[in-house]
Design a protein around this ligand. Structure first.
Ligand SMILES: [Zn+2]
Length: 119
């Protein structure tokens, strides 16, 4: 996994986008089976299901987006969305928490800081 895009909403978005590509890819594969209408129909339906599923996931993102909290990232200063108690910044992957008790447990807040050589 790349270091970017670990934010929960970003990850779900990536998942939904990949579903679209998988669906299109399956339908594209189906085009090679033009001699077999059954396989072509199955791949078309399967690809269609993937595309439908992705729009379902996009709908789900819309639903859970209402429960996110907008916070200003202490690391890069941009406004990011936090889903749940612990999440990371959408832009710089700075670990963020809504619960002070979790600070430094599930995520180390110093994890992504470049400057902690102030001894
Ligand atoms: Zn940030």
């Amino acid at each position: 996994m790349a270091t970017k895009g670990m934010n929960k909403i970003n990850r779900i978005r990536t998942f939904a986008l990949s579903l679209v590509f998988i669906g299109i890819f399956i339908m594209y594969i189906g085009l090679f089976f033009d001699s077999s209408p059954i396989i072509m129909t199955i791949t078309m339906i399967l690809g269609f299901i993937f595309v439908i599923a992705s729009s379902g996931v996009y709908f789900w993102i819309g639903m859970i987006s209402t429960s996110t909290v907008k916070v200003e990232c202490p690391n890069c200063g941009k406004i990011t969305k936090v889903l749940g108690k612990v999440d990371v910044c959408m832009y710089c992957d700075e670990p963020l928490t809504m619960d002070p008790e979790l600070e430094g447990k599930e995520f180390d807040p110093k994890y992504n800081r470049k400057s902690h050589n102030n001894t």
